[in-house]
Design a binder for this molecule. Structure first.
Ligand SMILES: C[S@@+](CC[C@H](N)C(=O)[O-])C[C@H]1O[C@@H](n2cnc3c(N)ncnc32)[C@H](O)[C@@H]1O
Length: 303
């Protein structure tokens, strides 16, 4: 059995991300040299997530006692409602789907480097959409009978209730949300793709460790190009102190860690002075209600 470590302490490669940037890395550590299940090789192996492509990210990140990702609580409706949105590094798609459901995006595309995570994101989308349909049916039945039913819609999917369905105002997330496997720093943008809102939450460290300063600049320039005039870029950067914990995920990360010149405290200056964003809004310096280690700043840049 493989063991996984808590997100911010581990790195490694997952199935779908393998082969990216010709990285020499192993998905597993401490396995005794590749032999499977041989006698005397019972040392526990650690799966390493070199891109931050954790399988159970939300299990670690979201406190079980909260009803909603605390980041969704502080986001403003106006950034998403009736907007075309992009979520870079969407992992299993729960934030992407949550944004669509809570704020009624016109469209939202989640991209992630890891094809396994994209598969799970699509699975989550189907599951939540199905629950949502059941909730709508229940609401209709409840409204037509005029009585309080036990199968209250909010009880079906409390964490991602899909808008106000009680008055028939249903927003079909299945048509709004889509997912695509993509290495964002490597892919070409097609000229037709444009967004009003781009979200990049807890991804900058992984791009920085894997592609260095060039990767971060590519990320920012590409976001700028993909945004419509007046668009917003919402970023949750990891602090430099957290890079140290992940620098040994691969040889590439180690090398980049040692040569990075643009530390995260310089991102704001670069986005405003070099990339060209008009202004920045610091939504929070330290996310309240987050699990320890995830109480990061959230900033919104206006194009
Ligand atoms: C720590 S997780 C954050 C997940 C999500 N954004 C959130 O905050 O809930 C980082 C995610 O970024 C993805 N990622 C890393 N590098 C990427 C790249 N170059 N292109 C697309 N996704 C990337 C990883 O696979 C992983 O799912």
């Amino acid at each position: 059995m493989a063991t996984t470590t808590a997100p911010e302490d581990a790195p490694s490669a997952a199935k779908g991300a393998k082969g990216e940037a010709k990285r020499k890395q192993s998905n597993w550590r401490g396995g005794g040299g590749g032999g499977e299940g041989g006698q005397g090789q019972k040392r526990k192996r650690k799966e390493v997530f070199v891109y931050g492509n954790y399988r159970n990210y939300y299990g670690y990140r979201i406190d079980r006692n909260v009803d909603e990702d605390p980041r969704l609580k502080i986001f403003k409706r106006e950034w998403f409602e009736s907007k075309d949105c992009l979520d870079i590094g969407c992992n299993q798609g729960l934030v992407t789907i949550g944004l669509a459901a809570k704020f009624k995006c016109q469209s939202i595309l989640g991209v992630d480097i890891d094809s396994g995570l994209i598969e799970t994101a699509n699975w989550n989308l189907r599951r939540i959409s199905r629950q949502d349909k059941v909730a709508v049916e229940n609401t209709k039945a409840h409204n037509s009978s005029g009585s309080l039913s036990e199968s209250c819609p909010e009880k079906v999917a409390p964490e991602i209730s899909n808008g106000d369905i009680s008055n028939g105002n249903h927003h079909d997330i299945f048509r709004v949300v889509s997912f695509r496997r993509e290495n964002f720093v490597d892919s070409m943008c097609t000229s037709s793709e444009q967004y009003d809102t781009i979200v990049c939450l807890s991804v900058t460290k992984w791009i920085h460790l894997n592609w260095g300063d060039d990767g971060i600049i590519t990320l920012f320039v590409k976001i700028w190009r993909l945004l419509r005039p007046g668009g917003v870029f919402i970023m949750e950067p990891q602090p430099w102190t957290s890079y140290r914990r992940n620098r040994l995920v691969s040889e590439v990360a180690k090398e980049n860690f040692n040569t990075i010149l643009i530390h995260p405290d310089k991102f704001r200056e670069i986005l405003l002075d070099k990339i060209g964003f008009r202004s920045v809004e610091v939504v929070t310096d330290k996310l309240v209600g987050a699990v320890t280690g995830f109480d990061r700043p959230i900033e919104v840049y206006h194009k």
